[in-house]
Write a protein that binds this ligand. Structure first.
Ligand SMILES: Cc1ncc(COP(=O)(O)O)c(C=O)c1O
Length: 439
């Protein structure tokens, strides 16, 4: 086992982690294959969260590893400003066979946060290019998570992610979140009540006038704040209101993309096509950091037609379309297609649903929700110590060989799409045991 002395732990300032608590009792991952991680001392940990909602095809996929290795040997890096390399074009062309029809122009980024900021910037630049430069307001949603860039936290709706960071972007409004309707407790799949919450967009339009509003951004299924499944008809309503007022609709599909909801994208599953779609995570099965925004042809053409400078979009990253990311992404898409993983997720959904809802009578559980291969299990907060119970459940599950994710007092599950039924049973039974044990 490697020697993790105090100095080894000190230098790394860990993201979204209580650093002192972690470093007092570090839980480390050293290897990964298929459905499992292994700890440095060789314990197997069943991965019920696909890493961070990203390793959709399971860990250590040989074809992806080989593609990365081959590309690294041929060309490590190529600039993408005024130059291109063939793999970036191949990857974009292959990707638009998977993205919803009509979203067939791809802008590459390196993460979900960058995809979100890219989409927001495209929305603003697009309206300006078509002579509607007053359309600048951006509308997000309470409890939304759109990464950690200033754009993302401004449209996002998580107080702690916003409150320490100053005035954020101006000109932002938030729709109400769709959670907390008593009749929706323990909904299986889409909750029945709450589509009317989309009508709040009309209130915001009435307040500011549509001539000042650029875009609405939502996660089709909100993940990071504990799996908020949209009420039946809600996304359709949002789409209709955006159309009525010439407002762009952006779907942040960073976690819902690539089979997570039993279809290539949530847009496909819901039959609602946004104007811009953000992706990352499953795009490369997380083997190389990568993200992308898919735009409609109309947006792309408008930008090119309306440009007032030789460059149409003053935006891009040193690593946009990085050769290793493109190699990994192409290999990943082959796996998804070759193994039919998106269909597999859909086929598993009923088993998954029944299994997670069997926890309804487990200790501390006050709500369960699911969609695709996602589940949220909400616990009653410990009086006086919100989030402590879930954090202890996370640690206890890990110590029993199961990786879960907790956010607030909610357990969020999102296993790789290759999970077997027996492993689903193991996930559920371990959680039941853990909940019985934590106070
Ligand atoms: C919906 C959504 N958007 C954006 C992001 C940010 O992605 P990244 O951490 O790659 O920047 C996440 C990450 O979990 C996410 O869930």
């Amino acid at each position: 086992m490697p020697d993790f002395g105090a100095n080894d732990l000190d230098a790394y300032w860990m993201p979204f982690t209580p650093n002192r608590r972690f470093k007092a009792n570090p839980r480390l991952l050293a290897a990964a294959k298929g459905m499992h991680y292994a700890t440095p001392d060789g314990r197997q940990i069943l991965d019920a969260t696909s890493g961070l909602w990203c390793v959709n095809a399971g860990h250590g996929r040989e074809a992806i590893t080989q593609a990365i290795r081959k590309q690294a040997g041929e060309m490590d890096y190529a600039p993408s400003f005024n130059l291109g390399h063939p793999l970036a074009f191949s990857f974009a062309s292959r990707l638009v066979q998977v993205t919803p029809k009509g979203l067939d122009r791809i802008f590459f980024t390196n993460s979900g946060s960058e995809s979100v900021d890219t989409a927001l910037k495209i929305a603003l630049a697009y309206h300006r290019a078509r002579g509607k430069g007053t359309k600048t307001r951006l509308i997000g949603r309470e409890r939304g998570y759109h990464g950690v860039g200033f754009g993302g936290i401004s449209v996002g709706g998580i107080p702690k992610n916003r409150m320490y960071f100053g005035s954020l972007l101006t000109g932002v409004d938030h729709l109400p979140h769709t959670h907390g309707i008593a009749e929706n407790l323990f909904s299986q799949g889409l909750p029945v009540h709450g589509a009317h919450l989309a009508d709040d967009l009309e209130r915001i339009v009435a307040l500011h006038d549509a001539s000042n509003i650029a875009a609405v951004i939502v996660e089709p299924v909100a993940g990071s704040t504990g799996v908020l499944v949209p009420p039946e008809g809600y996304l359709q309503k949002l789409r209709a209101i955006c159309d009525r007022h010439d407002i762009l609709l952006i779907f942040d599909e960073v976690i819902t993309g690539f089979g997570r909801v039993g279809a290539p994208f949530a847009a496909d599953r819901f039959g609602v096509t946004p104007d811009l779609l953000c992706m990352a995570k499953g795009l490369t099965n997380a083997a190389v950091p990568a993200g992308a925004v898919a735009a409609s042809t109309a947006i792309y053409e408008t930008m090119l037609d309306g440009a007032d400078a030789p460059i149409e979009l003053f935006h891009g990253y040193t690593y946009s379309g990085h050769p290793l990311a493109c190699a990994a992404g192409l290999a990943t898409l082959e796996i998804y297609q070759g193994e039919g993983l998106f269909d597999r997720a859909l086929a598993l959904e009923p088993y998954w649903r029944a299994a997670v809802h069997s926890l309804r009578d487990a200790r501390h559980v006050i709500d369960i929700r699911d969609f695709g291969l996602i589940a949220g299990i909400e616990l009653s907060p410990r009086p006086g110590a919100p989030t402590a119970r879930a954090m202890e459940a996370f640690e206890a599950a890990f110590d029993r060989g199961l990786l879960i994710r907790v956010t607030g007092d909610i357990i969020a599950l999102s296993p790789p799409l290759i999970i077997e039924q027996g492993q689903i049973d193991q996930v559920v039974e371990t959680i039941r045991t853990v909940l019985a044990a934590v106070e």
